[in-house]
Design a protein around this ligand. Structure first.
Ligand code: HEC
Ligand code: HEC
Ligand code: HEC
Ligand code: HEC
Ligand code: HEC
Ligand code: HEC
Length: 500
């Protein structure tokens, strides 16, 4: 046995590698104690604090421990090579030796501390990787559009994982595998811009949305209140008002309401011919009595044949609510709302047209966009509307700031994200939405049509110029705002309305 002399623990540990390993482990351990403390008592989840405590530091602790034992093994090998065929170099657990006793005690104490920290750390690491900060900020360039839009959404307090992963170990593992792939793509800078939809590994709505919104709950009628602005033929600002009751689940006449697509017995499934599920060629609806009706378009490949099972998709929440949490709005509705909220002054000549045009232009970075929007709008008013500009400079500056703000919250040039990339399937103004099926072109063999009747989904209870609004609780026939144009009767709204 190697003479350990005055050493406190087993002699083989006395080597530079074990020594460095021990220092590393002790330093990491001390840092972890402090960070654990801060994370437990600070009632906030900080992105980098969590990242350091639960994902970056632990591997260094393990590295330190490995180095300690590697040093031990090397030292022992050295001793063995020195004296061949001898007992030397073999480590014997001889607890009568004080060094061995000390080593044993240190190892047991360290192992207990290590196990406790690992248990807490793993639990906390799990929660940390489920946090909004981790999902939304870690890859901040990639996730910026989703994260910014999310913070302005009704779900700003719902965690990303509640919709994207849901509960259960299977989905957790699946999401971590796909997450790891995403991290690699981020590091290699090879991710797609924009991120393609539909998100194929999104969990079924039954296990996410329906955890909070149970389908049995009736929403009745929901009121939608809209304000539209334009410049009248007299050059004066024009303001049009629209109020509708959305028949979400009310029984209006024969209609069962909008949410009937997914009630227990009334199931709608469909086949889309494109990746984004915007062109629908085959629909099957099963009514309460279990009778199925199939609707197809004129040029559907499935007019007389059932489509292959793999192509059929059962409609769920996300087929309509595509943007419950990441809604990138189009310039027209954005500017309308900003005017209604008093952030943009409608008295500024042509402000809506100018603002919409500036928002709709394509830019390559946010900085470039902010500069270009500001300069182009200010230049226009300074040069083309000089007298108005001098009299209302402050007002114009404020409205221009508001336009810049709208841009920053809804368009993300670095990721090529804007309203025309991700269709919003609620409605039918800017993307086909409900009219993917309810366009009057989907027919059954018996001649039954998926309805495009304007009164089935909503009742217009007020509409008209703001100073002369027509009202009726029974519902009014639609009047096209400002010009009374009637081509909407033959054409679909999205054929003309692109949002800009
Ligand atoms: C209320 C549920 C919900 C929450 C909360 C939510 N998402 Fe989403 N997310 C969705 C839906 C639905 C889609 C669209 C799926 C589709 O079109 O296939 C989506 C799409 C995405 C996409 C694909 C690109 C896009 O913009 O459509 C990314 C990336 C994303 N979410 C990230 C996040 C992040 C990060 C968070 C948290 C900051 C988050 N999501 C929170 C429901 C949610
Ligand atoms: C963790 C719970 C939770 C989950 C999961 C969730 N929601 Fe919600 N959702 C809410 C709450 C809470 C509100 C109400 C917010 C408010 O009133 O401001 C809400 C509001 C909504 C609204 C009304 C929006 C509005 O403009 O007022 C819609 C639509 C909606 N959720 C759809 C969905 C869809 C679709 C999913 C699945 C992709 C989903 N939700 C998942 C909790 C959740
Ligand atoms: C995938 C195709 C599809 C999409 C998309 C779709 N629907 Fe439907 N919808 C149907 C079918 C099919 C029926 C049932 C027709 C039947 O067989 O009676 C239906 C029925 C309805 C009804 C009941 C009509 C009645 O006469 O009783 C309402 C209301 C409705 N849908 C609203 C909407 C709204 C609002 C949207 C958009 C947010 C929408 N639908 C999107 C296919 C679709
Ligand atoms: C056929 C399309 C369609 C489907 C499928 C659908 N919804 Fe809706 N939902 C609507 C429409 C349209 C509204 C009316 C509100 C609006 O116009 O934004 C609405 C309203 C809501 C609201 C209330 C919004 C508010 O302002 O209070 C919630 C919550 C909601 N849906 C959740 C869900 C959930 C959860 C599912 C899946 C179980 C689902 N929806 C399936 C079209 C749909
Ligand atoms: C299948 C159901 C359905 C049918 C049929 C339908 N709508 Fe709608 N409509 C909706 C939904 C859903 C919205 C969106 C409400 C929202 O934005 O939350 C909407 C929104 C609108 C809006 C407000 C648009 C905006 O974004 O400001 C107008 C105007 C409108 N509909 C007119 C019509 C007219 C006119 C018809 C008949 C040609 C019609 N609708 C047929 C479901 C329908
Ligand atoms: C033939 C093309 C065309 C069709 C089809 C059409 N619109 Fe329009 N719409 C216009 C034009 C052009 C304007 C701008 C009028 C103005 O500002 O003076 C407009 C303005 C509007 C506005 C006010 C816009 C805003 O954001 O300020 C609404 C709301 C609207 N249309 C609804 C609809 C609906 C709903 C449909 C479908 C049922 C529809 N339109 C179909 C051309 C069309």
């Amino acid at each position: 046995m190697k003479s350990d002399g005055k050493k406190i623990i087993t002699g083989y540990f006395y080597n530079p590698l074990s020594f460095i390993g021990a220092i590393l482990a002790v330093l990491v351990l001390m840092a972890e104690f402090v960070l654990f403390g801060i994370d437990f008592y600070g009632h906030y989840s900080n992105l980098y604090l969590g990242l350091g405590t639960y994902l970056v530091l632990p591997p260094f602790l393990i590295l330190g421990i490995l180095m300690i034992f590697l040093g031990f093994l090397l030292e022992r090998r050295k001793a063995r090579m020195g004296v061949a065929g001898d007992q030397k170099g073999r480590f014997i657990f001889d607890f009568s030796q004080p060094q061995t006793r000390n080593t044993g005690i240190i190892i047991v104490v360290a192992a207990v501390i290590f196990m406790i920290m690992t248990a807490i750390g793993t639990y906390k690491a799990f929660h940390y990787t489920e946090s909004v900060a981790f999902c939304g900020l870690l890859c901040h360039e990639v996730m910026k559009p989703e994260y910014v839009a999310y913070q302005n959404s009704p779900h700003a307090r719902v965690k990303c994982v509640d919709c994207h992963i849901g509960a259960g170990a299977g989905w957790y593992v699946r999401s971590k595998i796909s997450g790891a792939r995403q991290v690699v793509k981020t590091l290699l800078n090879s991710y797609e811009r924009p991120i393609p939809v539909p998100v194929h590994n999104l969990r079924p709505a039954k296990e996410t949305c329906e955890e909070c919104h149970w389908p049995g709950k009736s929403f009745g009628n929901i009121e939608q209140d809209r304000q539209y602005y334009s410049t009248g033929s007299d050059g004066q600002p024009a303001h049009w008002t629209l109020r509708m009751l959305m028949h979400v689940s009310a029984k209006e006449g024969n209609s069962q309401g909008i949410h009937a697509h997914m009630s227990a017995n009334n199931k709608v499934s469909y086949v889309a011919s494109d990746e984004k599920r915007q062109v629908i060629t085959w629909i099957r609806s099963v009514n309460d009595a279990g009778v199925a009706t199939v609707y197809t378009t004129k040029d559907s490949p499935y007019k007389n044949a059932e489509p292959p099972q793999g192509k059929i998709r059962q409609m769920d929440c996300m087929d309509c609510h595509t943007r419950p949490s990441h809604h990138y709005e189009a310039p027209m509705p954005l500017v309308n709302r900003a005017i209604a909220e008093g952030r943009i002054d409608p008295a500024i000549p042509l402000i809506k047209d100018k603002a919409v045009a500036a928002l709709a232009r394509k830019y390559s970075t946010e900085d470039e966009a902010v500069a270009a929007i500001r300069t182009s709008l200010l230049a226009y008013y300074k040069e083309k509307q000089a007298p108005f500009y001098t009299a209302h400079e402050k007002n114009i500056q404020g409205s221009v700031d508001a336009v810049v703000d709208l841009f920053k919250h809804n368009m993300f040039p670095e990721m090529k994200v804007r309203w025309d990339v991700y269709p919003d399937n609620i409605g039918h103004m800017i993307s086909p939405g409900c009219f993917r099926c309810h366009d009057g072109e989907h027919q059954s063999n018996a001649g039954k049509v998926v309805t495009r009747d304007c009164r089935v989904c909503h009742a217009i209870i007020a509409q008209g110029p703001a100073d002369n609004v027509e009202k009726s609780v029974d519902g009014l026939p639609f009047r096209h705002p400002f010009d009374g144009d009637e081509s909407w009767k033959e054409m679909n709204c999205a054929d003309c309305h692109s949002g800009s």
